[in-house]
Design a protein around this ligand. Structure first.
Ligand code: HEM
Length: 416
């Protein structure tokens, strides 16, 4: 009989607030094995899958390991409350085949590289804006900014507003809603006195916002993604409102906190490793690989859950029908059997692009290409201008088990 591993790294949000200690403990867990039984008060017991190969093997079998019924870790109390609501949110992440295939097809081409190339001028403009922010904050070439607040949070949110076709005026509203939704466990990001009820109130706000948007794009179609969703058909029928809302919510939320966290992680790594910044400045052709390293170490989507539909095994560990499994991407990206010296930020790492931060298989991140383009564009503009960079104060990290990353990064820099 397998005994439970005594750790709270996977389910205690505050552990994600100190990633240095989180990573050290995860390395010890890797030494003990790729799959761990977690039995924690208030949670249904689950298996934490942390081996890179083990995560891939689960992802390769979507019929054996489904996203339904609960694809994100939550306490039993939070799940009970969710279940008691009259409507349940239903996004791509909540779906399995065959629905998932039909719903994903609707927007899949929109996110393909050829279509995404059309975004390049907008990314160029936002990257120039980021350089201008650093220039404006500098005196005689030396400046201090909060890189997360002043650059990284702004950029991906502007991209999402552009692809959905929303006005810049809605920026503040979208930012608050997403941060409340993902940061519901974090004391700084919650609504005041936040409870699971508040999280639901956040969703209701989003619903009403997107209902209006959808009605507008049905009446006045344009070429944006909001129009594609508003008028989308599934198996020849108009998409039901609930699924439409789910689509808007996932596009609006999945694409910015995740990407801004990777940007800030990237800058923190450059500031902490001047030799790597120097390598990139000497050879800008390395930026693509450096971006993979940034995304690997950020792993801002910490996990998704799966449920076993049959008795089976993962990496030799017997799993029972109905068992809940956590695919912990952040841990898999530190698997020492896969990434040599995994805590090292190495812009020349030969297998950096084998990082699994975007998942794998049928749910592979729809926005992976876009996120990569954003980071490549930003760092291609910043790196040549950064003569030096250092962390100038205490950086803070969000406390959330689902999506988290830096909340602030005080950065001192010298521009050329
Ligand atoms: C660095 C940034 C990002 C990271 C780390 C990330 C990570 C992930 C992960 C781990 C998954 C689940 C994959 C799986 O289950 O195998 C996912 C799914 C998804 N992501 Fe991302 N993502 C990022 C950026 C984006 C962006 C920019 C968008 C664009 C709007 C986006 C939209 C989505 C959508 C729609 C899904 C659901 C796909 C499905 O279930 O079929 N993501 N992402």
């Amino acid at each position: 009989m397998r005994t439970a591993t005594p750790t709270d790294v996977f389910h205690n949000p505050s552990r994600y607030g100190d990633m240095a200690s989180w990573r050290r403990e995860v390395l010890d867990l890797h030494a003990a094995g790729p799959v761990h039984r977690i039995e924690a008060e208030g949670f249904t017991p689950f298996w934490a899958v942390i081996g890179h190969d083990a995560v891939m093997s689960v992802e390769r079998q979507p019929a054996l390991f489904t996203n339904a019924p609960v694809p994100v870790l939550a306490t039993d109390a939070a799940l009970e409350l969710q279940e008691s609501q009259p409507v349940q949110i239903r996004t791509l992440i909540h779906m399995d085949r065959p629905d998932h295939t039909d719903y994903r097809m609707l927007t899949n081409d929109w996110f393909k590289p050829a279509a995404m190339a059309a975004m390049a001028p907008r990314l160029e403009e936002l990257s120039q804006r980021a350089v201008a922010t650093l220039e404006a904050a500098a005196v005689d070439g030396v400046g201090v900014v909060d890189f997360n607040r002043d650059v990284a949070v702004q950029y991906p949110l502007q991209v999402i507003l552009s692809i959905l076709g929303l006005p810049e005026d809605d920026y503040g509203r979208m930012l608050t809603l997403t941060q409340e939704l993902f940061g519901a466990e974090d004391p700084d990001l919650q609504r005041e006195g936040s409870t699971p009820e508040d999280r639901i109130a956040t969703l209701v706000d989003m619903y009403s916002y997107f209902m209006q948007l959808s009605a507008d794009r049905q009446a006045n179609p344009t070429d944006d993604l909001a129009t594609l969703i508003a008028n989308g058909e599934i198996r020849g029928e108009p998409m039901p409102d609930l699924e439409k809302m789910g689509y808007y919510v996932i596009i609006a939320t999945a694409g910015h906190d995740t990407t801004s966290a990777a940007m800030t992680e990237g800058m923190a790594q450059l500031a902490s490793n001047p030799d790597q910044l120097a390598l990139l400045r000497d050879d800008p052709a390395l930026i693509g690989n450096a971006v993979e390293e940034m995304i690997r170490l950020a792993s801002s989507v910490r996990h998704f859950m799966r449920t076993a539909t049959e008795d089976t095994e993962v990496a030799g560990q017997p799993i029972k029908k109905g068992d809940w499994l956590m695919l912990n991407y952040a841990a898999a990206n530190l698997d020492p059997h896969h990434f040599e010296d995994p805590l090292r930020f190495d812009v020349t790492r030969a297998n950096a692009n084998k990082q699994i931060a975007f998942g794998f298989g049928i749910h592979f991140c729809l926005g992976a290409q876009l996120a990569r383009m954003e980071l490549r564009s930003l760092f291609s503009h910043l790196v040549p201008r950064l003569a030096s960079a250092e962390i100038a104060g205490t950086a803070t990290t969000g406390q959330a088990t689902f999506v988290s990353g830096y909340k602030s990064l005080p950065l001192r820099y010298t521009l050329e």
